[in-house]
Design a protein around this ligand. Sequence first.
Ligand SMILES: *Cc1c(COP(=O)(O)O)cnc(C)c1O
Length: 357
Amino acid sequence: MRTINFYSGPSLLPNEVREQLALGVIDYEGKGFSIAEISHRSQTFLSILEELTHLVKTLLQIEQTHEVVFVQGGGRQLFAQIPMNFLNTTETAGFIDTGYWAHKAMQYASYYGNTICLATSKNEGYNHIPTVDKEKTKGLKYVGITSNNTVFGTQYKTLPKVFCPLVVDMSSDIFSITRNWNEIDLAFACAQKNVGVAGMSVVIIKKEFLATQQKNLVPVFSFQNLIEKKSNDYTPPVLSIYSALLTMRWLKNLGGITAIEQYNAQKAQLLYTAIEESTLFLSLIEKKEDRSVMNVCFYGANNKIEQDFLQFCEHHHIMGIKGHQEALGFRASLYNAQTLDNVLALTHAMNTFEEKY
Ligand SMILES: *Cc1c(COP(=O)(O)O)cnc(C)c1O
């Protein structure tokens, strides 16, 4: 029996991806070797990288405008690598603080240049997406935002308007929602939510923005260099890359981002409705349009209810719904690979629990 998994990352892989990945580790396409056992310079691996890059570009429809590169490391590494590439001590980057990750990204950038916080919803417990005066973004090197606030469960449905380049941490909602890529100068996402196995990140950079990169960077961190080398300068994390290819094929077969977007909306609707209709559980997100479709955060009416429900879930093979240490309560992650059946199992558990209580 497969556990009903709501972890926020690493998180559920699509069944198909999980199975094909396991096969690839044992015997890649029946060729008598593991995908983990071959040179990253071999034609087999070059083809994987090429197909993956192509699929990412076509799924996002950014073939002409943006470059795509895969780098070692996760989200935090990009919090440093982006200012390393695009910010110096005479320049300022602005950040919109929607919670944990947005805040951390700003802290990391301050090692490389000046930073300012343009808006924050911290005093209200990050229960909404704060608005920003566009005028304040004039003259900034870039504005950094987190499209989906994984920890507190808010999400930008449309991106903020700014007068400078926009850098977006899409770690927890890339490939799940249609975005206007004209507005996005750089986006990145660690693999372990909507892309595949942890160990790398995908970075998407508008060509004009890439041209503004700092000079004299160490090659291993230079986006221009890594793009030139087609994500194959140092040895890439091969299993993570292969898992990403399998996920992109899976997504394409489903009908791409517009198809998964509808499915995701259905899952989120089901769970938010269950929370609204319940007398034991509640959501703290102020406005419906700010609610995350990917990470549904909710709370029990009191501490005892929360403890009891966690135990109840454990008995029913539901795992990973405990909230982040900064947000507490519950969090159910409904990434692309999450199934409607799993969400139904959770809402059913909530109803049964409430009847018994
Ligand atoms: C998960 C996540 C990260 C992750 O960073 P790691 O350093 O790979 O653990 C960064 N940003 C957001 C928005 C996330 O959800």
